[in-house]
Design a protein around this ligand. Sequence first.
Ligand code: GTP
Ligand code: MG
Length: 207
Amino acid sequence: MQQEHLFKVLVIGDLGVGKTSIIKRYVHQIFSQHYRATIGVDFALKVLQWDNETVIRLQLWDIAGQERYGNMTRVYYREALGALVVFDVTRASTFDAVLKWKDDLDTKVTLTHGRPVPAVLLANKSDQVFTPLPKMDAFCRDNGFVGWFPTSAKENTNIEVAARCLVENILTNEETAAPKDDPDLLILPGHNNTTKERARCLSCAKT
Ligand code: GTP
Ligand code: MG
């Protein structure tokens, strides 16, 4: 029997880091160099055939970067089950802002058991510069990110694996929120993650 899930996912981060571009790449397989700032919020839907029994609908909320400086409304965050937090590897200030976005997220939404929603960190525009980021794993652990990925919306790098990392974490939370007797039910359906992908998906690497 087919199971269907609808997950609300926020895409947040400073102005111009590439949130809209990442979503357009992920959902429509397109990229444009042209920058048009998002106003308020946009929406996109990505449908994933997760496995033989499971269809996942990701409702992606593309939040305008300028919202953090304005009156960031709680409505955007309500009932979100996960977040992609994006920064631009070519602009250090956008990395500095990551923790502000994460704080905003954690103060405005929690899961039913009071735990923070899973967040994956995206180091976007990784096509532009090669800056090794050796401390990223530690940064993620210290600040409660479930994983991080160097991404490029331009070259279509790591966007799908990052989304998969987030979905795996959301699914784990869904299962623990409704505990079942059989502990085997907590094991996620088999994925063929490569070692490289798993290495960066910190929480997934534990499974
Ligand atoms: P706001 O809506 O203002 O918050 O911005 P945003 O985060 O949605 O950024 P957007 O996707 O509009 O991208 C901003 C600019 O960066 C655009 O000119 C994009 O073409 C460019 N861009 C986005 N992703 C990448 C990438 O991976 N590589 C390169 N080289 N440019 C990118
Ligand atoms: Mg945008």
